[in-house]
Design a protein around this ligand. Structure first.
Ligand SMILES: *[C@@H]1O[C@H](CO)[C@@H](O)[C@H](O)[C@H]1NC(C)=O
Ligand SMILES: *[C@@H]1O[C@H](CO)[C@@H](O)[C@H](O)[C@H]1NC(C)=O
Ligand SMILES: *[C@@H]1O[C@H](CO)[C@@H](O)[C@H](O)[C@H]1NC(C)=O
Length: 509
């Protein structure tokens, strides 16, 4: 999950690099700078050998820290090699290095976003260093800038991970000056790297040798700079020295980073779209005989600027099937959501450059199951509110594809329009968005007779309310079940929804 925040931060930073997309025909290395002191350099698995009385690394490399051909490391002598633990062996060379957060972080990013590309880690951390030693003009600062600038010749800056401060907990004056020194370091660095929006992910101390841990933590948790995020390491298990994170801590630290980041990450503003209705919104494209074929057309490919709100209320990079943990108990396939989001991104009309999709559709649900007070209604409102937490963005529209189950019975058909109008009014009221755009889809198919389906379509197209649009799905090819849209039909529908949104509501900056 850490990946998530990082990814969102990265997505945020990407316009800097994307201004001249054609001048760099080759994919570039995604540079992650690692800096700070011992817990960044890595002491996981380092123990005191009681016979030789020396510090030794146990050599254990957990699966999360394994090498990967897509993870490189910049050596002390400025060459790129495949990264493996201990990442800082030739950098913090006077100490015994073990597992740090760099490898589990990089593996998590690649795991969450397989299209991320090659990661280039630039280790720069040195154990026992204080914040004064990281100020501009000092050796460590100049080394950091030099190594980062070298890395930049073959890459783009994505973020710096910073874990430091233990050494500043011993003396009250150091602790008091910590915040100013830290902020000066961050702003000098982004200036010298010519990257004013360099995302910095710093870690809130888990430990420190001195009495002023809370003062330093306070400075870290409240650094209050736009591109700086803080991940709290407090409470993670420490080694026998009471100072260094253990190997499992470094892993769970990465996991926690991700988690903390993904929670704190909500404050990366997103253009949020709620997807609701029944099976054709949840997605059955490519589902036949109870199995999804796994085919993902190019229009539906994941992108790090398209996020999905999971059933657990976390943001992650979105991928098909979008409703996998929402429409549970069914086999989900391709729906319209990814094609829609990709088209909005492609149009460059998203104000924030990041789309947040909130899947809420559940197959086989009739309109009565969605009325105010129902479980599905409450879930939708809850998920929408959670998605917005901490300035997570703005809800731009609800995309609604439902009604197939209401064609079974003529009475349901007749009352549908009134129920739908009420639903739109209720949702706008409860979401406190009185003019929230609502794009509904006129049915392509239904469970009932053709006459009933036509009645339903008329009801849907007859809803005349402000900021309510209707997209017609009639004629889109169906699966063999004659009810569900095929993958390509879902793609076409997603594009239609995007065009309708852009045409009608694109004043959404
Ligand atoms: C640089 O370091 C790498 C790995 O540590 C080593 O293989 C390589 O020979 C070194 N190159 C030079 C020029 O020292
Ligand atoms: C390693 O120790 C030597 C000798 O004390 C010192 O000159 C050097 O700066 C140290 N280097 C690092 C990276 O700690
Ligand atoms: C920081 O560490 C250096 C090197 O150990 C030391 O000389 C210096 O006094 C320390 N600075 C502060 C403010 O503690």
């Amino acid at each position: 999950m850490l990946s998530f925040i990082l990814l969102a931060l990265l997505a945020h930073a990407s316009p800097i690099q994307c201004k001249h997309p054609h001048s760099h025909p080759h994919p570039k290395i995604n540079i992650i700078i690692l800096a700070g002191q011992s817990n960044m350099a890595g002491r996981g698995g380092v123990f005191k050998d009681t016979i030789t009385e020396t510090l030794t690394w146990d050599g254990m490399v957990p699966p999360e820290c394994q090498p990967n051909p897509s993870i490189l490391r910049l050596t002390a002598n400025l060459t790129w090699v495949e990264a493996h633990e201990p990442l800082h062996a030739d950098i913090d060379y006077n100490k015994t290095n073990g597992v740090g957060p760099g490898m589990p972080f990089a593996n998590t990013v690649l795991n969450k976003d397989p299209n991320f590309g090659v990661i280039g880690l630039v280790p720069c951390a040195i154990g026992g260093t204080n914040i004064s030693q990281w100020q501009k003009g000092e050796l460590l600062y100049e080394q950091l800038v030099k190594r980062s600038q070298f890395a930049m010749q073959s890459g783009v800056y994505r973020a710096m991970l910073w874990y430091q401060g233990e050494s500043d907990t011993e003396n009250q004056q150091d602790a008091e000056l910590y915040k100013d020194n830290l902020k000066r370091f961050f702003s000098d660095l982004s200036f010298d790297l010519k990257t004013p929006k360099l995302p910095i992910i710093q870690v809130g101390l888990a430990s420190g040798p001195g009495a002023y841990i809370e003062e330093v933590r306070e400075a870290q948790l409240k650094t209050d700079m736009p591109y700086v995020k803080c991940v709290d390491a407090k409470g993670l298990p420490l080694g026998p020295d009471g100072l260094h994170l253990t190997t499992p801590s470094q892993e769970s630290h990465s996991a926690k980073c991700w988690l903390m980041l993904s929670l704190g990450q909500n404050n990366t503003p997103k253009d949020i779209f709620i997807l609701a209705g029944q099976s054709n919104m949840a997605g059955r494209g490519g589902v036949n005989h109870g199995k999804w074929d796994g085919n993902i057309p190019p229009e539906c490919k994941p992108k790090r600027s398209i996020l999905r709100f999971t059933a657990n209320l976390d943001w992650e990079v979105a991928r098909e099937p979008l409703h996998v943990d929402i429409d549970v108990g069914k086999v989900c396939g391709v729906g319209p959501g990814m094609a829609f989001a990709n088209e909005i991104i492609r149009s460059h009309r998203s104000g924030t450059g990041i789309i947040g999709l909130v899947p809420c559709a559940v197959g086989g649900t009739s309109i009565n199951k969605w009325g105010k007070g129902s479980r599905l209604y409450d879930q939708l409102v809850k998920r929408a509110n959670e998605a917005l937490k901490d300035g997570g963005g703005t809800i731009r529209a609800i995309l609604w594809y439902q009604g197939e189950s209401d064609t079974l019975n003529k009475d349901d058909d007749e009352t549908y329009k009134g129920k739908m109008v009420k639903l739109i009014e209720d949702l706008r009221l409860d979401l406190n968005l009185p003019s929230l755009p609502f794009i509904q889809i006129a049915l392509a198919s239904g469970e009932g007779t053709n006459t009933n389906i036509e009645m339903m379509r008329k009801a849907q197209m007859g809803i005349k309310m402000k900021n309510v649009k209707c997209v017609d799905a009639k004629g889109l090819p169906l699966n063999a079940d004659n009810l569900h849209l095929t993958t390509m039909s879902e793609v076409k529908l997603g594009l239609k929804l995007a065009y309708t949104f852009l045409l009608s509501f694109s004043h959404f900056h």
